[in-house]
Ligand binder design. Structure first.
Ligand code: UDP
Length: 250
């Protein structure tokens, strides 16, 4: 069922954002559209919106309980969530616990290397530019955030990583790497925003040693491994088993 909402404010690759009567909040709809490689590969994956919305809601709630400031307010249906309205900082904050993906394509670091401390990479959020990897100097040059804010972003991302690593570990999932986005609300608070789901995290199943079978995230879609929604469904099942039911706020 579609909740009451105002005008469409923004449509991205995986979500739509609608106005709500409270100007401090927006309604987010998770779509079934799947994209990879900067939207060069596209598909419709039945049920993806619901799975990602429900997984994200539970992860935002557990982070909020642990004291992480997030934009999440509550669920508003199977594919809908109410969040605080934020201005997104145009940085993709990637945390890596195990080397894979672009890190191994761009450097000689071997696949599967444990990264201790976890590596934090910042990318400039701009589809037209292909979300380029930034250097510290380029972050400063772009002026997307001052020193104090950059340090707050890094601290928040590392705290989130610590909490999610432990949470996923307890349900036999290895958090390999993931991408976060952050934003500022009207009061100027830095909040964790966007989503946390198998679209934005690499999750490996500790219950199997097979290097393909263990993949329970968007790499199944990127690499044409099949069983994409079954994998996301397994993640939701395990996340549901170890979290309480999310608040319904509409
Ligand atoms: N990621 C994402 N959105 C992006 C780029 C990366 O959610 O636009 C996630 C990706 O799913 C992975 C992590 O960030 O969990 C690191 O991705 P990487 O840089 O290795 O990129 P890839 O190998 O997917 O090109």
């Amino acid at each position: 069922m579609t909740p009451d909402h105002g005008e469409l404010l923004y449509e991205g690759k995986a979500k739509r954002v609608f106005a709500l009567p409270d100007p401090g909040q927006v309604l987010v709809e998770y779509k079934n559209d799947a994209t990879a490689f900067n939207a060069q590969k596209k598909a419709q994956l039945e049920d993806k919106g619901r799975l990602n919305c429900q997984i994200s809601a539970r992860l935002f709630e557990l982070l909020a309980v642990a004291g992480i400031p997030t934009h999440y307010v509550g669920l508003a249906g199977e594919t809908w969530m109410v969040v605080q309205r934020v201005e997104i900082i145009p940085l993709e904050v990637v945390l890596r616990n195990i080397a894979t993906g672009s890190l191994c394509r761009q450097t000689p670091i071997a696949q599967g290397t444990q990264l201790d401390p976890p590596l934090l990479d910042l990318y400039y959020k701009d589809d037209a530019l292909g979300d380029p990897l930034l250097t510290d100097a380029r972050v400063r040059l772009l002026g997307v955030a001052d020193e104090a804010r950059l340090s707050a972003i890094e601290q928040l991302a590392r705290r989130v990583n610590g909490l999610l690593l432990a949470f996923f570990d307890a349900i036999d999932l290895q958090l390999v790497d993931f991408k976060l986005e952050m934003g500022l609300n009207a009061a100027g608070d830095l909040l964790l925003a966007d989503e946390i789901s198998p679209d934005t995290c690499r999750l490996w199943d500790r219950r199997t040693g097979d290097v393909d079978d263990r993949i329970l995230d968007k790499d199944r879609f990127r690499k044409d491994l099949g069983g994409v929604m079954e994998a996301y469904g397994e993640v939701l099942k395990r996340v549901q088993a170890s979290t309480s039911n999310p608040v319904n706020c509409l």
